[in-house]
Design a protein around this ligand. Structure first.
Ligand code: MF3
Ligand code: CO
Length: 256
């Protein structure tokens, strides 16, 4: 069941989104060669708590998950697609493609966002790949407005990524969000225009394209039971915003 948010909830979501964006910005500024992913997690958690929020990923678990997620931030490097667990031993190095995903509960409402950064220096093709992944999220956001359908977003994301020679991950999807970290509807990163649930004013969704440089098949790491990786070991990028559907389009609430 999709939940439409009222005025007061929208206000709280806006406040939370603004905070979350500033937290991720600070974390990504510190993401440089030599720092561990655990240090970045600890910074994220500290900033969220200082702002009066609760890190919503910490201890998150669905019936499908073998264990609770043990951190506040996901840091996924290179062929890791999403849900990489921060560790003292994971030290960022120049050339790494690092994806950061973060969620927060604030005034009882949930926001969620992600972004990918090239650490230090890398190849132009890597920069172009990350730029395309970001572009595919922007295309998805442009397709979102009341009266349109989820499939319009999906199509916009997929066609932009594929036109550039990359693939979209199909096993993992975006989602409704607000009163819970995950709500209906699912928001796939592939699909056809004019299909799927209709977007209504007051619907809040997280659009989150996961793009791969090579093949988009992914698998779940057997050891930690959280990290999704590409089967062909090619690099992946992930961008996510929480948006509110309005009459005129989409209001991005997690923009810094
Ligand atoms: N943005 C991701 C999602 O919506 C983050 C979830 S990480 C978890 O699935 F730790 F909360 F599982
Ligand atoms: Co999400």
């Amino acid at each position: 069941m999709t939940i439409l948010k009222d005025k007061k909830e929208i206000e709280a979501l806006r406040d939370g989104g603004k905070i979350l964006a500033s937290v991720l910005k600070a974390v990504m500024e510190e993401a440089k060669p030599g720092i561990s992913s655990l240090a970045l997690n600890n910074l994220a958690e500290k900033l969220i708590r200082e702002a009066g929020g609760r890190p919503s990923f910490l201890n998150y678990k669905t019936v499908d998950d073998k264990s609770a997620y043990p951190a506040s931030l996901c840091v996924s490097l290179n062929s890791e697609v999403v849900h990489g667990i921060p560790s003292e031993e994971k030290i960022l190095k120049s050339g790494d493609v690092a994806s950061f995903d973060i969620g927060m509960e604030y005034k009882k409402l949930y926001t969620d966002m992600a972004a990918t950064k090239l650490i230090g220096h890398g190849l132009a093709k890597t920069e172009n790949f990350i730029k395309t992944a970001k572009g595919s999220l922007e295309k998805g956001i442009e397709a979102a407005r009341s009266g349109a359908r989820v499939g319009d977003i999906s199509f916009a994301v997929q066609s932009f990524a594929e036109k550039s020679g990359f693939e979209v991950v199909k096993k993992l999807v975006g989602h409704g969000i607000g009163r819970a970290a995950h709500e209906d509807p699912e928001v796939p990163n592939f699909g056809k225009k004019g299909t799927g649930p209709r977007l209504e004013e007051g619907l809040v969704i997280a659009i989150e394209p996961m793009i791969t440089f090579g093949k988009s098949d992914v698998f779940l790491d057997k050891t930690d039971q959280w990290t999704w990786k590409t089967k062909d070991d090619s690099m992946a990028a992930h961008f996510e915003h929480t948006i509110i559907i309005t009459k005129n389009g989409a209001e991005v609430i997690t923009r810094a």
